[in-house]
Design a protein. Sequence first.
Length: 94
Amino acid sequence: MDGSDISVSPTSLNLHHGETQTLTFTVAVPAGRGGRELDVQTDVKGTVIVPQIMIAAGNTSVTVPVQGGAAGSCTLFLAGPGGGEIRIPITVSN
């Protein structure tokens, strides 16, 4: 897996503290048996709350809630071992 076979929509979020919006992650090939976990990290802990992201077996996408935490800006990123990276800028306001 590398970041080049994954897309995300929308490509950025603007949230208020406590507000929830969704991100949809889409892969080019359906997830295999056992599903496909996407390891999404943030560069500023506490700014957003994101659940574990798992694309179910046979599916090509998953939609997850992202909740605004502490006010500020952060970037969610998804990097694959083959290179490539997706960055999702997020701003949280009070």
